[in-house]
Each structure stands twice: as C-alpha cells, then as structure tokens.
Design a protein around this ligand. Structure first.
Ligand SMILES: Nc1ncnc2c1ncn2[C@@H]1O[C@H](COP(=O)(O)OP(=O)(O)OP(=O)(O)O)[C@@H](O)[C@H]1O
Length: 270
C-alpha cells in the first residue's frame, strides 16, 4: 500500500505520547446525551475496535476525535494536540473514512483525490493517486464522476481518500459497510497491510464482529454513550465465557452475562 512517509516518522510513537487521549468526554445534543463521560487512550500503533449498537455514540466519538464536533465537556488530544482548538497542528497526520461524509459527487474520483490530497499537503500527488488507484483497484474508475459509482465502489474511493496522506492516525467508521463479503475481506487485508507498513494507529467503528476480531488488538464496547467494556478480544471472550465477539456483543447489548465481580482480577492473575 502507498505510503508517503516512513513509519519511523511517527512523532507520537517516538515520544510515547498516546495517539489519542480522550478524557471524560461528553456530547449532549438537544435530543439527549450522545456521549456520556468516556475516557480512553490509544497507544501509537494500536488497532482498536469501537463496538456498540445503533445510537451508542461511536460516530459522535469519532467526530469529536476528528475535531468535527465540539465536545460539551471533557477533552480530546490527538497526537498531542487538543481538539478541536489545535486541530490544524495535526490534521495532515490524521484522516478518516465515514460512509456519512459524502465527497463532491460531480467531481471524478481523480479530482476528488486531488482536492483532498492538496488539502492534506501531499507531495507528488499524481504518483500517490496512481499508486492508491492500483492498490485499491480504482484504475478504471479514476475518471468517472464519484456520484455515478456503486456504494461499494464509493467505499473504495473513500478509503483511498482516507489514505491519501498516509495518516499515522486513521479513524474508520464502518469501513466495509455495503461491501460484498469478498470485497470486504479484500479491504480488511489492505487495512492490515497499511497498519503493518505504516505503523499506523487505527480506531475502527464496526458492526462486523469478524472484522473486529481479525483486525483489532483491543475492543471498546459502548452502550448509551458510555464505555461498557474494554479489553483485548481474548480477554473479553474469557470474561463473558463466550467463543466469539458476536456473542459478547449480544450479551452486552441485552444486558446479559455481565462480568462477575472478581473476573477482572482473576483474568489479570492468569
Ligand atoms: N447531529 C446530531 N444531532 C442530534 N442528535 C444526534 C446527532 N448525531 C447523533 N445524534 C444522536 O446521538 C446518539 C448517538 O449517535 P451516534 O451516531 O454517535 O451513534 P452510533 O453508535 O454511531 O450509531 P450507529 O451504529 O447507528 O451508526 C443517537 O441517539 C443519535 O440520534
């Protein structure tokens, strides 16, 4: 996969600063509380899955990390910068993919990637776009209007846009939604490759438990704006006595199989 910078260029990992530090973060909309006092930090180079049912607060959390939504209270630091106040210090080092943020539909794929590449200050943009197109199977789509693509094709373009500046922090909101199983599997492979080559920190909101088990070394489960559980996939399976994350997700969503007191201590001792 294309990288415009070397993995060792990551200031966050070099200094030991977490790529993301969220502290007592709250977002209250007129209709109610979307995010209700969550705290977590993501070490540089980690891949974390953000799980939770519809309306749990995942997209709002990612939008606050991106600096696109203003928190009601609490703080977000990204690569050491306070968001959204200092976002211009770090925007070139981060990127995101969300099915809810459309690119200009009349522009061709190439034009869109060029606009976003310029926004992120990418050098040798033509070369970068050509490599991304080859990596993400977009060569035949480059000169077509983005609005005329299928949902799955748009998703691949959105991923190319998310990688155009080889971000050291990549935020992904359901990156394989609307993809057929084969293409989704292929995209997951690309994300694994990107993580390996770039040493990137990834936060991935997903409803696909297989995807999370495959890609993530940590899982944060949200429910009604709060963090309900947080651990490695293996620790969560052990804690809930389940054989896969889908069963854990259902337990949490339905309020069943809550971890028993002392479970965490027993796990720590193992
Ligand atoms: N712009 C907004 N204005 C008002 N309420 C909002 C806004 N965005 C989200 N919400 C509300 O905040 C809550 C959390 O929404 P959010 O989109 O963060 O959840 P989610 O976990 O990403 O859900 P899904 O899995 O369905 O995408 C929901 O109750 C939603 O209705």
């Amino acid at each position: 996969m294309t990288t415009a910078r070397t993995p060792s260029a990551s200031t966050a990992s070099a200094s030991g600063t977490p790529a993301v530090a969220v502290d007592r973060l709250v977002k209250i909309y007129k209709g109610g509380t979307a995010v209700d006092g969550i705290s977590f930090s993501l070490p540089a180079g980690s891949v974390t899955g953000l799980l939770g049912g519809n309306g749990a607060g995942k997209t709002t959390t990612i939008a606050m990390i991106m600096g696109l939504v203003m928190p009601t209270s609490g703080t977000v630091r990204v690569l050491g910068a306070e968001m959204p106040r200092q976002r211009y210090r770090v925007l070139e080092r981060m990127n995101f993919e969300s099915p809810y943020v459309e690119m200009p539909l009349r522009l061709t794929v190439r034009q869109n990637l060029t606009v976003f590449g310029k926004l992120y200050g990418v050098a040798d943009l033509d070369v970068v776009i050509a490599r991304l197109a080859a990596d993400l199977d977009l060569v035949d789509l480059l000169d077509r209007p983005t609005g005329k693509l299928s949902a799955g094709q748009k998703t691949r373009v959105a991923l190319a846009k998310a990688l155009v500046n080889a971000p050291e922090l990549l935020l992904l909101d359901e990156p394989t939604a609307s993809l057929d199983p084969d293409t989704a599997d292929w995209i997951r492979g690309r994300l694994e490759q990107y993580r390996e080559r770039r040493g990137a920190t990834i936060l991935l909101a997903s409803h696909n438990m297989g995807e999370v088990e495959r890609l993530c070394d940590r899982v944060i489960i949200m429910k009604r704006g709060r963090i309900e559980d947080d651990g490695t996939p293996a620790a969560l399976l052990a804690r809930y006595g389940r054989s896969n994350l889908e069963e854990v997700f259902l337990d949490v969503a339905r309020g069943r199989g809550e971890p028993q007191e002392g479970d965490a201590a027993r796990e720590a001792a193992q």
